[in-house]
Design a protein around this ligand. Structure first.
Ligand code: GTP
Ligand code: MG
Length: 577
């Protein structure tokens, strides 16, 4: 597609399946840019330059490459450029990865011996003659004609077994807005030296300059300028750390109710969850009426069984034992009613801001009553999750990235079941298109294969990016998921459920649908029918309902979906057929 913008790469989940205009051909003049593109590039360049200030020297071309790659998102471009052109080299894992940001296709392509242009991905648009551009395109065509991807025919299940790989665990960090999730994770990474002192000092200085000094640790996770200026997390950010036993992937979720769908996308990739609660007076109480409750119900409905409740900001209540017990007591009652088993819940008092009881025991004399685990101990005590490595491949696309010419598109997401390797042909649904895996990154490092439970980035060829969207399913072409127009599910009502229009949410997918039938209300524990054809299902009740989709979707028995309507969660369902 040369220079024309890959408008068809779904970059925002809200446009998935809705905006047909994205596929229309545009008049792009000679350089592949529309007038609108040019104007966005011009104003974007000015804005980015302003935001970067005088500390960073970058050329207009570098700014424009970043703007192009990040779809003219000024915030993301600024963050990217700042990271690329200022900081001293730190360990790769120290840079958290917003799931919607930069892909590592260059790194992987280089490892695979493929020539690529420097990130972010596309060639400079300014100051090139037509002749130069033509030569360049011809050169790139040559690159593209390199032999097809070789498949090593590995037995990935065996490779995985003999790799002696540490056990892996992904956990999502959830809870009400501002309860300290990102700060807690920033602290954890800092104390484990995944993030170095220099980076923290820099963040502290930047946060102070913006009058937001209390957010410095949160900024380890919150990387976009939008998140930083608003002081809230907007989208899931991933980062990694390891203990002797386990490689952990952190999925830091937003608490704000406007971004619940992003939280759902994170929670659907998690093996267990950390629920962060602000212990300060009134904060716990208002959280329990808000997203503390909603997140807990959602993660349970998405299949998460194990929960660590981090009773955070204990410094604000002088490490009061009574407050900790009050919160633990109320939460146990609520969580058990939400079908969490008491033995799968661990309560840990902590303070992310001060670092007490995160990786080191709390020393405050007020806390002498507490002799239990630190947050890190509790994380490390988590049981290994069951992996369906030998089942057919199922991967949910969490993000689609535009790549360069040699690797036009990359996708990332969790492998829900099965395994894959370089050279595999995969099938994307619902578009029903195949692609070849050209390279794989696991935790931002090149890899030859990946297995269930991991969240790899796959660099693909032989597919037009328009056939890949956030929330789509990738599977084995020989063992595909069926597309359905209707499904029946066992649903837990969050709100009153009636025959009504809903958004069906699965991972990052949001699709239009309609609850058509309320078949029966069911006994929560035994599943026995209580009442056939109820007129309405009340919050907290479980019912069998039927949903009709506007478009066919790849859904199978056992899939978990969330039904929402205009910003409210209506119900969570488990597909029965
Ligand atoms: P969202 O992602 O937007 O939902 O917020 P969050 O839960 O990630 O909260 P964040 O880490 O952004 O912190 C919010 C505010 O709480 C910041 O001002 C933090 O400094 C403050 N905070 C976080 N942890 C603690 C703590 O342990 N003690 C005190 N006193 N303040 C804290
Ligand atoms: Mg946050």
């Amino acid at each position: 597609m040369g220079h024309s913008r890959a408008k068809n790469v779904a970059y925002d989940d809200d446009d998935a399946y809705s905006d047909d205009d994205y596929y229309e051909e545009e008049d792009t003049g000679g350089d592949g840019m529309t007038d609108e593109d040019r104007e966005q590039m011009r104003t974007g360049t000015i804005k980015v330059r302003e935001a970067l200030g005088s500390d960073i020297t970058v050329t207009d071309t570098q700014i424009q490459e970043a703007l192009w790659h990040f779809y003219y998102d000024v915030g993301k471009s600024v963050t990217y450029l700042k990271n690329k052109y200022t900081t001293a080299p730190s360990k790769p894992a120290a840079q958290p990865k917003k799931q919607k940001q930069v892909s590592r296709f260059d790194q992987a392509a280089t490892a695979a011996g493929i020539e690529v242009h420097s990130a972010p991905g596309t060639k400079p648009k300014a100051k090139k003659t037509e002749g130069e551009k033509l030569t360049e395109s011809v050169e790139k065509l040559k690159v593209d004609e390199t032999p097809k991807v070789k498949r090593k025919n590995l037995n990935v299940v065996e490779e995985y077994a003999k790799s002696g790989m540490k056990r892996m665990a992904n956990f999502v960090v959830t809870g009400h807005v501002d309860h300290g999730k990102s700060t807690l994770m920033g602290r954890l990474l800092y104390d484990l030296k995944v993030v170095d002192q220099r980076t923290i000092d820099k963040l502290r200085k930047e946060a102070e300059n913006m009058g937001k000094s209390s957010f410095a640790l949160a900024w380890v996770m919150d990387q976009t300028s939008d998140e930083r200026s608003r002081g809230v997390t907007v989208d899931i950010a991933s980062n990694y750390f390891e203990t002797e036993k386990t490689r952990f992937t952190i999925l830091d979720a937003p608490g704000h109710q406007d971004f619940i769908t992003n939280m759902i996308a994170g929670a659907s990739q998690a093996d267990f969850a950390v629920l962060v609660i602000d212990a300060s007076i009134n904060s716990f109480e208002s959280g329990l009426r808000g997203q503390t409750k909603e997140h807990a119900l959602l993660i349970r409905s998405l299949g998460v069984q194990r929960l660590i409740v981090a009773v955070n900001k204990m410094d604000t209540v002088s490490w009061s034992k009574q407050r900790f017990e009050e919160i633990s007591g109320q939460m146990t009652t609520f969580l058990t009613s939400a079908s969490f088993s008491p033995k799968s819940i661990t309560f840990v008092p902590c303070a992310g801001l001060t670092g007490e009881n995160v990786t080191r025991k709390v020393e405050d004399p007020d806390a002498s009553w507490y002799t239990g685990q630190t947050l890190l101990d509790a994380l490390d005590a988590s049981e290994p999750a069951k992996r369906n490595i030998e089942k057919p491949l199922r991967m949910t696309i969490g993000d689609v990235f535009r790549g360069g010419i040699t690797t036009p598109v990359s996708i990332s997401g969790r492998i829900d079941a099965g395994a894959l390797q370089i050279g595999d042909i995969i099938l994307a649904l619902p578009t029903n298109q195949t692609a070849t895996i050209k390279a794989i990154d696991v935790e931002e490092q090149p890899a030859e294969w990946a297995v269930a439970g991991q969240i790899p980035t796959l660099h693909l060829t032989d597919i037009d990016p328009q056939h890949l969207r956030n929330g789509d399913i990738v599977c084995d072409p020989k063992n595909p998921v069926k597309l359905v127009k209707f499904f029946s599910c066992k649903a837990l009502a969050f709100d009153h459920v009636l025959p009504m229009s809903v958004d069906v949410i699965r991972g990052r997918l949001q699709a239009a649908g309609r609850i058509t039938t309320l078949a029966a209300t069911l006994n929560k524990t035994t599943g026995e029918i209580i009442k056939k054809k109820p007129k309405i299902v009340k919050p907290g009740e479980v019912a069998r309902i039927r949903v009709e989709l506007e478009n066919d979707l790849p859904l199978e028995v056992g899939t978990r979906v969330i039904l929402r309507d205009g910003g409210n969660t209506i119900a969570a369902g488990l597909l029965e057929g």
